[in-house]
Design a binder for this molecule. Structure first.
Ligand SMILES: CC(C)(COP(=O)(O)OP(=O)(O)OC[C@H]1O[C@@H](n2cnc3c(N)ncnc32)[C@H](O)[C@@H]1OP(=O)(O)O)[C@@H](O)C(=O)NCCC(=O)NCCS
Length: 156
């Protein structure tokens, strides 16, 4: 595959079924949380395309509780495309998008892919700093009591 041919853009309605399929695959493997809101929230995703195929995605979630925090979530790249910078490029696109949002002051992620985020300017922090995430999403996670994800933050 030729990585220069990968196209990055915000998801459109036509991407929904492939996006859902990609997310379901990684959720079934226990690597990301299941997403049941893709149809309603597809615009919050960036996708990487190789031709017609969606090969990666990264979501963003803005917390509307006055905290001015946004989360980078649901990051995945098809296995045969991993290790070629697609995940980093997806996060870079989401970061650039969030940086233009005046309501966002801090971006965070709970992840096992910390080294990748560190290269993009994130710093490791404590999960407890993000109770809104824990209460809204972690509670439903099967790994809640033995979570191996670390919290990372990016201050704008
Ligand atoms: C995490 C993921 C999206 C990275 O995508 P990718 O396209 O392979 O990422 P990149 O090629 O941009 O990798 C950038 C760097 O991060 C590192 N990295 C990627 N995934 C990592 C992981 N799970 N743990 C530690 N380091 C990781 C790579 O080694 C690479 O470092 P290098 O440049 O020194 O070689 C991909 O591995 C994936 O889909 N994993 C399964 C789903 C998942 O675990 N998502 C994260 C949820 S916590």
């Amino acid at each position: 595959m030729l990585m220069t041919s990968i196209d990055y853009r915000q998801a459109v309605k036509e991407d929904v079924s492939q996006l859902q399929e990609l997310l379901d695959y990684f959720a079934e493997n226990g690597l990301i949380l299941q997403r049941k809101d893709v149809e309603q929230n597809y615009e919050s995703f960036w996708v990487a395309h190789d031709g017609e195929q969606v090969v990666g995605c990264c979501g963003q979630r803005i917390y509307e509780n006055g905290s001015q925090k946004a989360e980078i979530c649901s990051l995945c790249v098809r296995e045969e495309y991993q290790g070629h910078g697609i995940g980093s490029a997806l996060v870079g696109n989401v970061l650039a998008d969030l940086e233009t949002n005046p309501d966002v002051e801090l971006i965070f992620a709970f992840t096992r892919a910390g080294p990748m985020l560190e290269k993009l300017g994130f710093e490791m922090t404590k999960r407890e700093r993000f109770p809104e995430k824990i209460m809204a999403f972690c509670n439903e996670c099967p790994h809640y009591s033995n979570c191996d994800e670390q919290a990372w933050e990016y201050v704008l």
